[in-house]
Write a protein that binds this ligand. Sequence first.
Ligand code: NAI
Length: 726
Amino acid sequence: MNASTSEATSDLSFKVDRDHVGWLTFDRQGASVNVLTPALMQELDALLSQLESRIANGQMLALVIESGKEGAFFAGADVEAIANLSSAAQAREAASVGQRIFRRIERLRVPTIAAVDGACMGGGTELILHCDYRIASDRSSTSIGLPEVRLGILPGFGGTVKLPALVGMQNALGIILSGKPVRPARAQRIGLVDRVAPSARFRSAVSEFAAEVVSKRVQPATPQLGFAQRLLERTGPGRRIMFGAARKQAAAEVGSFYPAPYRAIDVLSSAVGLKADAAYALEATALGELAVTPESRNLVRVFRLSQAARKALPPDVTERGRPVEKMCVIGAGVMGGAIAELAAAHDIPVVLKDIEQDALDSGLRHAADLLRKAAVARVFSDEEASLKFALITGTLEYGDIEDADLVIEAVVERMAVKQQVFREAEAATGNAVLATNTSALSVDEMANGVVRPGAVLGLHFFNPVHKMPLVEVVAGPRTDAEALATGFGLILALGKTPVLVADRPGFLVNRLLAPYLNEAGFLLEEGRGVEDIDAALESFGMPMGPLRLLDEIGFDVARHASREMASSFGDRMTPSGVLDRMIDDARLGRKNGLGFHRYQDGRDRGADPTVEALFAKNSALAAGPAASASDAEEVRSRCLYGMVNEAAHALEEEVVDGPDSVDLAMVLGTGFPPFRGGLLRWADAEGIQKIHDALTEYAGALGSRFAPAPLLVRMAEQNRTFTDLN
Ligand code: NAI
């Protein structure tokens, strides 16, 4: 037996064990995850030369590639490096270099085995695709994916070449176009991994697997295609149908806003039958083109902002918070039930308290329902869903919460009730942080009456909680650092992205939405059609138009919020009369089936033709039956410029720390189109002077609500952009 030998560079180490199996371990120094930086790729390249000579000398019979970070295989390519690419040629070259290095692994003259324990994304997936075998652990975080299209690019290190060869074209299309990761069981079914092993004894399972490979007791998987799939994938007409369907699906999902999925389909379809070199070259060229599109630049930017928000506590949160090991949610309504579910889904025991048995029952049902849906979506198993549900205890009494680390109230939006609830909660707990989910009330005022006002902060979740990634963390003037840090820690533990906001009316997101939604009302009163207003903003990329959004929010809730905004900010937030008119007509939005659209059995039945009649008296102002393109342009400008203007007011009041936070919050909190990079990045691209001039003109023609904010005026005078302010 040879003694094992080992070599280590900074992020890569290599050793050969007694069975002549080489172990190549990625372990990026000083980082919690492995990322394929250009420097790491170079190290790998150099190490491969050594491996080749060892193999030539007969010193190694197989190579295992693993991560030194338990439960975290590879986070993917280096987003920083993608952001720094300055030209299509440079991006193409970077892809070609990566491809060349990975193809060296493919050509090693010993069997290669990737041992995947934890998430394996992007470039990491392309790395393992160039190995002969893949073994994955059954850990809940283990998954394999190619999320590149979400950054506006496509896999560029050979993913589009290797994946279809391994799992068939249809599966490859699904994985590349959705960007969604594949869990181990499915990965094994489709041939993406050869074996799944228990994470508790993963390393020894990998050794055993390597021994089987060396003794030729296993063979690499070949794609297992059924008859219909073979017909689709292996015949010209079949492929035309398959790629046609993929294009249709892309059109339905991303419309014309995102070029990457279409380009990926082109690359995959053009590569069929090509020699490997040509297929790799096609991929590199397409990556080069996509990496410098504005869409990709903006998507990468938003991704980096959200990573940064999830990494660092804001500078003024100095003390570490305590981990939340038990929490209490008060109010089991729409929000409370969903927050309780979120906590339980992340294995935090929760006491859910209400004052009405019916409300409590319905909150618990809501939580159970969400957990069941997560099980159906295979986020976890049915059994796990039941275990998680058992973490929620429903109650009508305080009790059993003295050891809760954090209480969050989600009771009715009334100051006196919330103050009372905080007093009761403080008395029933020892030292808990007291959080409120209020959307509009003052956090500081809510702290009046408690013994520890420093323990009070806002954690503003968005509806629906399980889908919306943003939580506004509201710091009142008296909120202490421990409460803030505890709040931040909890939001991160719940998988959400926190943005720190000041205790000002509407915080950030609802405040910026107010002029946008109000303006849709004014436009309707002027006689514009429901469909025209919504279409103008949907064709800009908003997930739904402002009127459909009002339907979702509910007119009573929206009216309450808009009145609050008007009382805080005066004239510029004075709402149109549309919500009053709709409520007078017994319409509440989606919740009672009657909004700007009609809803039946939970389904949207389209714009309600009777709504426009409610505002018909003003139709003389309308553009006529067919709305023109310039009309759509005006709808869009009035709604969006108002939002930008309000952002300028909010920045001046230091509601957030800068334009980056506005952009991140608006993308994550309202679905502002990420391919536009966020509200203020878009405003910069649109032109500050142009927005300023339009606002001035609207202010003259339509009302002082459009008067440009002082910050915007200064920016226009000094020819500055929001980007300059960061
Ligand atoms: P909801 O009306 O669905 O639920 C409120 C629940 O609180 C009810 O079950 C009620 O029985 C219970 N409750 C009332 N007084 C109580 C007390 N003293 N002790 C315990 N429970 C009590 O309200 P929803 O929509 O869940 O809103 C709750 C809070 O979340 C509000 O502050 C609201 O502004 C905020 N919010 C609501 C959003 C939404 O879209 N619904 C979005 C973000 C925040």
